[in-house]
Design a protein around this ligand. Structure first.
Ligand SMILES: Nc1ncnc2c1ncn2[C@@H]1O[C@H](COP(=O)(O)OP(=O)(O)OP(=O)(O)O)[C@@H](O)[C@H]1O
Length: 680
């Protein structure tokens, strides 16, 4: 197993073949010391909570003996604050040592940028550099670039300024001496006007000379003097100038009023993150040209700065190459992979790591203690929220369990969990409460509803206004399907099916065509076997009533199959039943996502029974208020779905029996008699 993980974490192909000074991942393993794995970053070391811990495994706070978050110690270093994501933490630790790039893919708010920031605390900061841009006397449009150890840049600029100041003072004294002499002489010869003109010319000549010596002062492009950790630059959504550097436009351009080109040079994120971390979220939204330049920068480790706007005088200027030896942490959601520049992706693949972020983590006493610490951390970071009582923290942890959507797990979507903590704290603050209590958290849960949840509730309201919600009686071909909207809300989506004579076509509109087609194909074996009807001679019309948001073809499979079978056999479907589940071609009901939210949506719509896949049974964590309103029936086969959903014996019974017989026959066919040769 450990070997598997080792192979998985190795940079793909090219990484191990790269230059000599780059240690391979195995070298790094040997180099690791207990210290490296300590401090809570990929460590097994228990976290110091500065509080007693009891052995009570059922305790919602993992045995943490505290009265409120006030009693919980929050670690100072970001690396010690990261919860879960063990694999990503390990990769970040390795990549920091090997100076490899990372591609992090995962849901928003799972800690991608937090980990990238934490990475800077693992990089050495003693080899940081300052970058200076000098005027080039041979070519004013190609400023010179020099690097010096961090902190020296300031000193060099100060020394140049001092030198220029001294030179200017000397010149000024000389200028006034000359002017006094000229004015004195002009008084002496009685031509004061000539004297004033001569003095003015001399004044301007000296001013011009002084400007020339000011131009010799270098521009401190990157100043790392006060850095305690390696730099971190977040260039998410940055335009080309902010990413690659820019040269400002000069409206005067010539005639003595212009600003020297080296003074107009601005560093980009790639330069500021030299020897640090460049973080780019939503990497797929970066325009192609920027992605190409980024690849060049990664390859060369240096990148000249030029004006990004073609019409600006800055475009005439191009500096010597400026160092940009950064570690890139590119991040995105799953769809980022599709739109990312293939060459950039293959560069990361070849010379770095790819890591998928976890959405949930196993619920253990140690984890709960960390979640309690997370609440304390959010309170501390905000600085204005009242501390949370023990019961309030327990409620947050319960919500983390619920949001995971999986039994025995906690959600790792910390951004939204942090949002809940802040809303609860704000409610408590508005009441001038000393502590944030469980009641405040419960109120916050109601208030901090996502757009999707609000939209789902609006739909429910509207449906009932127009009597669209059906939760009683029986209707042929109409099923209350269930879908998820966003991450955290369910909605009842009625599906209608009608069957007519035709040519085996599945008729639906737009996006639904694809979904419906696939679903009908998936269930056609069942329909054919069990209805004795050849659907090649029929047209199946399917309609997802109202809209198609949130409809995933797969989880609507049992609903579509039920609607079609009902329409074919003209047996009504009970409208106080809703259902969700995927379906195999042999009629097995397979697991789907978001069952808890779907059940709650059904309960809100007044539905009495919800059919879910048996394998999802353990994921159900509905709120207490819905528990009594709705009966959840886990099923493993379509025959069970029909048994519950169809109404009107004896037709229904005949149909279900037929289906059961077919299923038994299918089961028999599936079994290979012992001793029989293995099929080739
Ligand atoms: N694994 C984690 N451990 C502790 N806190 C976390 C974790 N992940 C996220 N957080 C909290 O959530 C906040 C947001 O996380 P972060 O910005 O890192 O998410 P992200 O994955 O980069 O999301 P996005 O892609 O939307 O930018 C962090 O500032 C931190 O407070």
């Amino acid at each position: 197993m450990s070997n598997e993980r080792d192979t998985e974490d190795r940079p793909v192909d090219g990484a191990s073949e790269s230059s000599d000074h780059d240690p391979g991942p195995d070298d790094v393993e040997e180099e690791s010391t207990p210290e490296d794995s300590g401090g809570g970053f990929g460590s097994d070391v228990d976290v110091e909570f500065d509080a007693e811990i009891s052995e009570d495994d059922d305790d919602l706070l993992g045995g943490l003996r505290v009265e409120s978050t006030e009693d919980i110690k929050v670690p100072e270093k970001l690396v010690d604050q990261v919860i879960g994501q063990d694999h990503a933490q390990e990769i970040v630790r390795k990549a920091a040592k090997q100076r490899r790039h990372i591609l992090m893919i995962g849901s928003p708010g799972t800690g991608k940028s937090m980990l990238a920031k934490a990475m800077t605390q693992l990089l050495p900061n003693e080899d940081l550099q300052d970058v200076l841009i000098y005027h080039n006397p041979d070519d004013g449009n190609e400023p010179k670039v020099r690097t010096v150890p961090a902190g020296k840049g300031d000193q060099i600029v100060d020394a140049h300024k001092e030198e220029a100041r001294k030179r200017n003072t000397m010149r000024t004294i000389l200028m006034w001496l000359i002017i006094i002499v000229i004015l004195g002489y002009s008084l002496f010869i009685g031509n004061i006007l000539l004297g004033i003109i001569a003095a003015a010319i001399i004044y301007l000549a000296f001013k011009y000379a002084n400007r020339g010596s000011d131009a010799m002062i270098p521009n401190l492009l990157i100043n790392n003097a006060d850095r305690t950790t390696a730099p971190f630059e977040d260039v998410t959504g940055a335009h080309a100038g902010a990413l690659l550097g820019d040269v400002r436009h000069d409206p005067f351009q010539s005639g003595g009023m212009e600003t020297p080109s080296h003074d107009r040079v601005e560093a980009g994120g790639i330069h500021k993150s030299h020897r640090g971390v460049l973080f780019i979220d939503e990497i797929n939204t970066l325009d192609v040209r920027s992605q190409q330049h980024l690849m060049t920068a990664i390859q060369e480790g240096e990148f000249s700065i030029t004006g990004q706007s073609e019409r600006s005088s800055g475009a005439m200027v191009q500096t010597e190459p400026v160092p940009c030896d950064f570690i890139m942490v590119a991040a995105g959601n799953r769809d980022a992979l599709e739109n990312m520049h293939p060459a950039l992706r293959s560069r990361i693949k070849g010379y770095g790591y790819e890591v998928f972020m976890d959405d949930t983590i196993e619920d253990t006493p140690e984890m709960r203690r960390k979640y309690a610490r997370f609440v304390a951390q959010e309170v501390e970071n905000d600085g204005r929220l009242p501390h949370f009582t023990r019961e309030a923290v327990e409620e947050v942890i319960l919500e983390a369990k619920r949001r995971s959507g999986r039994k025995g797990h906690l959600t790792l979507l910390f951004r939204s969990l942090g949002g809940l903590v802040r809303v609860a704290g704000d409610i408590a603050r508005a009441e001038d409460a000393e502590f944030t209590t469980r009641d405040h958290v419960l109120q916050a849960k109601k208030r901090s509803r996502s757009i999707e949840q609000q939209l789902a509730d609006t739909y429910i309201e509207r449906y009932s206004d127009y009597d669209m919600t059906m939760n009683e009686g029986g209707v042929v071909g109409r099923v209350n399907g269930l879908a998820v909207m966003g991450d955290d809300s369910g909605i009842v989506k009625p599906i209608m099916a009608e069957v007519t004579q035709g040519h085996g076509e599945v008729i639906a509109t737009g996006k639904l065509q694809e979904i419906a087609q696939e679903s009908v194909q998936n269930v056609s074996a069942i329909i054919k076997k069990f209805t004795n009807q050849d659907i090649n001679e029929l047209d199946v019309h399917i309609q997802f009533l109202q809209s198609y948001e949130g409809v995933e073809g797969d989880s609507a499979s049992i609903s579509i199959a039920t609607a079609v079978i009902s329409a074919l056999e003209e047996i009504p479907i009970a409208q106080d039943v809703a259902m969700t589940g995927s379906l195999s071609v042999r009629g097995d009901v397979l697991p789907v996502g978001g069952v808890t939210h779907k059940i709650e949506a059904a309960a809100k719509a007044g539905i009495d029974t919800v059919i879910i896949p048996k394998s999802n049974e353990q994921d159900v964590m509905i709120e207490d208020e819905y528990e009594e309103q709705v009966e959840v029936v886990p099923v493993s086969h379509i025959s069970e779905v029909l048994e519950i959903a169809l109404v009107g014996e004896p037709e229904k019974d005949g149909l279900v029996d037929r289906l059961k017989n077919i299923t038994t026959a299918l089961e028999r066919d599936r079994q290979v008699p012992s001793g029989s040769p293995t099929p080739q």
